[in-house]
Design a protein around this ligand. Structure first.
Ligand code: DX5
Ligand code: ZN
Length: 226
């Protein structure tokens, strides 16, 4: 059985001029806040980096789930762990030795996450599951919020869940991209137990209520599946 669902609103869809307020709006309802770091190189988009994370870290107590869509994560990822991120996720496509970087991140005080983009098969990475804390399956192509959920990515989620169960591993299985009230149940049924939601949370009139609703839908889908 999957662990209690984690709901991680993505501040990519928030008002960047009021970031601390936007995080405060969800901090009692959500489990993590998801911070999308993009470098205009690994992905075409450009967002925020370490100084913003360091400042925001002081403004809230909710755990930070940092998603690095950047090249050369070996150079930059440890700084986010040192800044107090709970989980730091880097992309498989950008990293030559994920196990070594995961070890470095854990030594720097965070959990270690590995992300698999839309066009990357998950099979070669299944053997790395014992060395990481979070596996993030993109359910869109990484780079922009507001894209449409791709249900065909759920085969990867099923493959990973099967391996986690078979080996009795403690790994969070996270999905990111297009997660909303009409898609979260199918992701939970496929075996995801952590859910990033940008537009579905910050596009809602009441972001905290949107988080609670997503959590209820995920939990119901998990229990109907068991
Ligand atoms: C996109 C980011 C996502 C993004 C999701 O590359 O990794 O975290 O914020 O946004 P929505 O939920 O709007 O698809
Ligand atoms: Zn993300």
């Amino acid at each position: 059985m999957e662990a209690n669902p984690i709901i991680a609103p993505s501040i990519l869809a928030a008002d960047f001029s009021r970031l601390a307020d936007e995080v405060a709006a969800i901090e009692l309802a959500a489990d993590w806040v998801h911070v999308d770091v993009m470098d205009n190189h690994f992905v075409p988009n450009l967002t925020i980096g370490l100084p913003v994370v360091q400042s925001l870290r002081k403004a809230t107590s909710i755990p930070f789930d940092v998603h690095l869509m950047i090249t050369d994560p070996e150079r930059w990822a440890p700084g986010y762990a040192e800044a107090g991120a709970y989980n730091v996720t880097f992309h498989a496509e950008a990293c030559e030795n994920p196990v070594a970087l995961a070890k470095t991140l854990r030594a720097a005080g965070s959990k270690a996450g590995l992300a698999i983009d839309r066009d990357t098969p998950v099979e070669p990475y299944l053997e790395l599951l014992p060395y990481i804390d979070t596996l993030l399956i993109m359910t869109i192509k990484a780079g922009f919020g507001g894209q449409r959920f791709m249900p065909e990515m759920l085969d990867k989620v099923r493959d990973v869940r099967r391996r986690i169960r078979a080996k009795d591993l403690e790994v969070r299985l996270e999905v990111d991209g297009g997660i909303a009230a009409d898609t979260i149940a199918q992701a939970a049924e496929a075996g995801a137990d952590a859910f990033v939601a940008g537009t579905a949370v910050y596009g809602a009139a009441d972001p905290a209520e949107a988080v609670r609703h997503l959590r209820a839908l995920a939990a119901a889908a998990q229990s109907s599946h068991d």
